[in-house]
Design a protein around this ligand. Structure first.
Ligand SMILES: NC(=O)c1ccc[n+]([C@@H]2O[C@H](COP(=O)([O-])OP(=O)(O)OC[C@H]3O[C@@H](n4cnc5c(N)ncnc54)[C@H](O)[C@@H]3O)[C@@H](O)[C@H]2O)c1
Length: 352
């Protein structure tokens, strides 16, 4: 495959690891990366080792997006060592008032943009996509968002993406993403799928400090919270919730977009998909094995369950970023073939 230049929006817990994983993939050249504080651009390829070393211990996870709402306080958000905040600690980066715009302005030299941005405001990623379209971008955009409702917001923009020549891949992390794809593949044995049951286990190898965005967004899935209330929690309130659960939080009936992504690919009804899991914030080890069970009826009348499991040794960072970059490459192939619009992970696999 020809070389692919790509940018990462959001060098937080996920985005930093996306840059690292890309070093192990063929044909991927990271040329730009940004967070809320600054931007690094180098069309010869960013020095990922320098950027990771410089930002280790300096990750911005402030509860704010471009809306600037939420509980951004001195104690929240920046795991800061040294003077510079977030990506600006890298010698390749400089401060910016609007880092995303700086990347949009260079979009004609960027084949794909990975949005590793928070989802504290449901329309933040769709609004960011609008900005790229308005700025004349015509490549691949890919996100790792989780919430089902955001997929509809992106679908509403399908015509605009097609007119602009944008291939937008949505929900392409682990779940949704890798596990949605696994379910779509497992469904191929059947003529009718009756249930998809996704049960994930995550042990946070890189610890809570490096994954504040993910943990806060997961807390919003607990019955007592939603995205508004989770956004307003202080760091100490989040730590108290973690303590209350002895570090292990279980989730049921999560609003994860695997449901709508499987429905839009024609695999099953969204209502037939359930997602839950267990997050251990303090241990590397997974508290439960991530398992996808797809139950259906074969053409010759049998009922069966196909099961897919992830190895317990695989980290969240590996299971989000490997697939995200794999789907990014699949998106670039589509884009270069002139296929534009919105695609989910299951659309990039055998059809149902
Ligand atoms: N699909 C999956 O399996 C999966 C798994 C884990 C995380 N995620 C999602 O990945 C996303 C990122 O998670 P994280 O833990 O890396 O979060 P994080 O808070 O650590 O990082 C978010 C980054 O976005 C940047 N950002 C925010 N607003 C910005 C703006 N206006 N301009 C430029 N940069 C901006 C922040 O500065 C930060 O660097 C979350 O939405 C999370 O839910 C998905």
């Amino acid at each position: 495959m020809d070389e692919i230049t790509f940018a990462v929006l959001g060098t937080g817990g996920i985005g930093r690891r996306a840059l690292e994983v890309s070093q192990h993939k063929d044909a991927l050249t990271p040329v730009a990366a940004c967070d809320r504080h600054g931007v690094a651009v180098d069309f010869d390829g960013l020095d990922v080792d320098e950027l990771l070393a410089a930002t280790e211990g300096n990750i911005d996870s402030e509860v704010a997006t471009d809306g600037g709402t939420g509980a951004a306080t001195a104690e929240s958000g920046v795991k800061q060592h040294g003077e510079d905040r977030g990506v600006v600690a890298s010698s390749q980066a400089r401060p910016s008032e609007d880092a995303i715009q700086e990347i949009i302005d260079r979009g004609d030299r960027i084949d794909a943009v990975l949005l590793a941005l928070p989802n504290y405001e449901h329309d933040f990623i769709p609004r960011t996509a609008d900005r790229f379209v308005e700025g004349g971008y015509s490549g691949v955009m890919i996100d790792v968002l989780k919430r089902s409702r955001v997929i509809g917001m992106l679908d509403e923009r399908s015509d605009a993406f097609e007119d602009a020549g944008v291939t937008f891949i949505c929900g392409a992390g682990a779940t949704p993403g890798l596990l949605t794809g696994a379910a779509a593949l497992a469904a191929q044995s059947f003529v009718e799928v009756t249930d998809v049951d996704i049960w994930w286990g995550v042990g946070l190898k890189s610890g809570y400090e490096d994954n504040r965005g993910t943990v806060r967004e997961d807390i919003a899935h607990l019955p007592e919270y939603d995205i508004e209330t989770a956004r307003g929690l202080s760091e100490s309130e989040i730590e108290a919730i973690i303590d209350d659960h002895d570090g292990v939080i279980e989730f049921e009936d999560m609003e994860h977009a695997d449901d709508v992504l499987l429905e839009r690919a024609g695999v099953c009804d969204a209502d037939d998909v359930t997602v839950g899991g267990v997050l251990d914030v303090r241990n590397d080890e997974k508290p439960t094995t991530t398992t996808v069970r797809v139950t259906g009826r074969t053409f010759d009348g049998e009922t069966a369950t196909n099961t897919f499991q992830l190895g317990d040794e695989t980290s969240m960072e590996a299971n989000v970023n490997g697939p995200a970059l794999g789907y990014l490459k699949a998106g670039v192939r589509r884009n270069r073939a002139g296929e534009y619009g919105v695609f989910g992970p299951a659309d990039l696999l055998p059809g149902f």
